[in-house]
Design a protein around this ligand. Structure first.
Ligand code: CMX
Length: 387
């Protein structure tokens, strides 16, 4: 890209389209291609999904995968940052249990920021990454009313194990839960620079709000049904399908389309093939829970839905997206309430958004950082007048 190369011509057709396709900056952590999906610092995500999530978080912040020494020192670094301030407990205890977990997450992040903000973008981003598993575990405990004898955090554990320790799941295969959560987190860490929550977080940070306030803004964006909350809707959809018999699934899909409802778990704004994050989770499901009735439904959906969606030429991508199987896997390992699913997405995204905020505020423009966001809006329907 040369300095004076025009990237595109903006016309009136581009106005009021949510900045779609309009270049606004560069991203150092990830990019998305129509066939291979998201890549983190150049690596296709499917190549990374088996790695411990800490190693992939290191990649997003440092732009290289860690050596084994760097990996172990990064784990110690996160452990040293992980302690969650006691003030979080009375705040969570005071929240309405009927409130959505994403609202709890946003308030939890704000509370952590009020307890301690260093003002150093990278320190604050890594501190929050290290505190997320405990915060999320506590949100589950307080929302579920399981507040007696919450175990102390064990900072010597990895991120996923610290969440599981706080959650204390009952009747669950913890090995499977660990594998599903680790893969889920790696697959959701980052997704280019312009998705709504990342953009919102960076925009808020550009006004020099704190990392915590910026991340709370990002989580509020993520909570929308057209954005992160689609994964909640997707499992609810699978549960509504209720059968894995192909002809009945076909009938169900056609009825949904006739009723002008989306077929969840299919389609994508950028991808034009099955999302490799879906492909990875299908393979994980075949290994971990091939007999699970919900997994049988998503297996049939994968076979049947693309053919039906492809009948509509308007649909650019009839293939499965990341949300098709993630809820089923979480459900299988005992995380059965879909209301929580967007909080797992948020937990993961804190790392990618945090790394991108650090890049925008401390690396871009030779370290000067990106100035406060100020896109141009053109006045419409207003004639100049005086009182
Ligand atoms: N079910 C029903 N209709 C669909 C569809 C689907 N799965 N996918 C696309 N369409 C429709 C769109 O709503 C749009 O209709 P209108 O022209 O009437 O508005 C038309 O087909 C063209 O859409 P598109 O250009 O193919 O895709 P968009 O970028 O507009 O939308 C997405 C992408 C994801 C919102 C859409 O495919 C969708 O609603 N899918 C179902 C919900 C879902 O699974 N969301 C999770 C997305 C996960 C992710 O982003 O990674």
């Amino acid at each position: 890209m040369s300095d004076d190369e025009p990237l595109m011509t903006v016309t009136t057709e581009h106005l009021n389209t949510g900045l779609r396709g309009i270049p606004v900056g560069t991203c150092l952590t990830s990019f998305v291609t129509p066939t291979e999906g998201v890549h983190y610092c150049g690596y296709p995500v499917a190549d990374l999904a088996h790695l411990p999530v800490e190693d992939v978080i290191y990649l997003l912040f440092e732009k290289e995968l860690p050596t084994s020494e760097q990996a172990s020192s990064f784990r110690s670094n996160l452990s040293a940052r992980g302690s969650v301030d006691a003030s979080v407990h009375p705040v969570l205890a005071s929240l309405p249990r009927s409130g959505h977990p994403m609202d709890w997450l946003s308030i939890g992040i704000h509370t952590l920021g009020m307890a301690e903000t260093t003002g150093d973008w990278k320190d604050d981003a890594l501190n929050l990454v290290a505190r997320m598993p405990r915060l999320l575990g506590l949100i589950f405990r307080y929302r579920d009313g399981r507040v007696e004898d919450i175990p102390e955090d064990d900072l010597s554990l990895g991120l996923v194990d610290r969440f599981i320790r706080t959650l204390e799941p009952v009747g669950t295969d913890v090995e499977k839960m660990r594998e599903v959560l680790n893969a889920y987190l790696v697959l959701h860490l980052d997704h280019g620079g312009g998705n709504l929550s990342t953009f919102t977080g960076k925009a808020t940070a550009s006004g020099k709000a704190t990392l915590y306030a910026s991340m709370a803004s990002a989580m509020n964006s993520l909570s929308g049904p057209l954005h992160g909350r689609a994964n909640q809707s997707c499992l609810e959809f699978v549960l509504r399908v209720g059968t894995s018999e192909p002809s009945e699934v076909e009938r169900f899909i056609r009825a949904e389309l006739d009723a002008k409802r989306p077929v969840y778990g299919f389609g994508h704004a950028v991808l034009r093939a099955e999302d490799p994050r879906a492909t990875y989770q299908f393979a994980l499901g075949e290994r971990l829970c091939p007999e699970d009735p919900n997994f049988a439904i998503v297996r049939t959906l994968r076979e049947v839905a693309p053919r039906i969606l492809a009948e509509n030429p308007k649909i650019s991508n009839p293939h499965a997206n990341v949300d098709i199987a993630s809820g089923t896997l979480l459900h299988h390992v005992g995380l059965t309430d879909p209301e929580y699913y967007t909080t797992f997405f948020g937990w993961a995204r804190v790392a990618g958004i945090g790394a991108q905020i650090v890049d925008e505020q401390t690396v871009m423009r030779s370290g000067k950082g990106v100035p406060i966001y100020r896109p141009k809006y053109i006045a419409e329907g207003q004639t100049a007048r005086r009182l």
